[in-house]
Design a protein around this ligand. Structure first.
Ligand code: CA
Length: 242
């Protein structure tokens, strides 16, 4: 089994993350890279514009409060030169005027801090679906299961599984990198909010629930426990063209 994402794209979607808080920036870069996007980071407005000029981003995740050139100025600079690159703004809690100003300057969407990684991923995908309609990932099939990732739907033998968003996210991580073992720490980082304080035990509980919903009591292990290491999706995953 190979450790590579199954979505082989002709041209990989490139995302520029502009965020001056190192830990948040790293978290966003890790998660977006894990999803298969090509990701570049900048910690201020000018480096962001330079990076975008050097390699055009398909989407910019833009923090408003930056050390020297803030997000508004970056957005205005882009729109002034008729650059319609989609922009997802990150704003501080309760700054209603910021959101209004950002949207009037031509931001495509905004997220209020603190936000969950799940929410960010959903917004990024929604914007890309709107702006790059051909980017829709394929349906996936594995054993008796069929997954529609954009719609957050999982079916077993044609029957819809009733998964929580978190269970679906765990499932998505496991199936899009099937055959690879994910440590509990990695799953915590990818599927939980950064402000949440879950433990490795939390992962075990969610995996147990997910297994029950997948129907593992019928004897076939879909998710293997790799002793001391973590979890792995066992059955091969195939893409399915619509
Ligand atoms: Ca900031």
């Amino acid at each position: 089994m190979v450790n590579q994402p199954i979505f082989e794209r002709e041209s990989v979607t490139h995302i520029l993350v502009v965020e001056d808080e190192p830990s948040l920036c790293q978290l966003l870069v890790n998660n977006l890279s894990f999803e298969g996007y090509s990701v570049e980071a900048a910690g201020d407005g000018v480096p962001a514009l330079v990076a975008h000029a050097a390699r055009r981003a398909d989407l910019i995740v833009l923090d408003l409060m930056l050390p020297h050139m803030d997000g508004f100025a970056v957005l205005k600079a882009l729109r002034d030169r008729q650059d319609e690159v989609p922009v997802l703004m990150l704003t501080a809690r309760g700054e209603e005027t910021d959101r209004v100003q950002g949207l009037s300057l031509g931001a495509d969407d905004y997220l209020v801090k603190p936000f969950s990684v799940l929410e960010l991923m959903a917004r990024v995908k929604a914007i890309l679906r709107r702006t790059r309609p051909t980017e829709r990932p394929p349906m996936l099939r594995s054993g008796p299961f069929r997954f529609d990732l954009p719609r957050l739907e999982a079916k077993r033998d044609g029957r819809m599984l009733d998964l929580t968003p978190r269970e679906f996210r765990l499932l998505e991580i496991l199936i899009t990198h099937s055959g690879r073992t994910h440590s509990r720490k990695e799953l915590l980082q990818l599927a939980w909010e950064r402000d949440a304080r879950p433990t490795a035990r939390t992962v075990d509980v969610h995996i147990a629930n997910l297994r029950r919903k997948l129907g593992e009591e019928q004897g076939a292990p879909w998710i293997a426990t790799v002793g001391g290491e973590g979890y792995r999706w066992v059955t091969p995953v195939e893409t399915e063209t619509a």
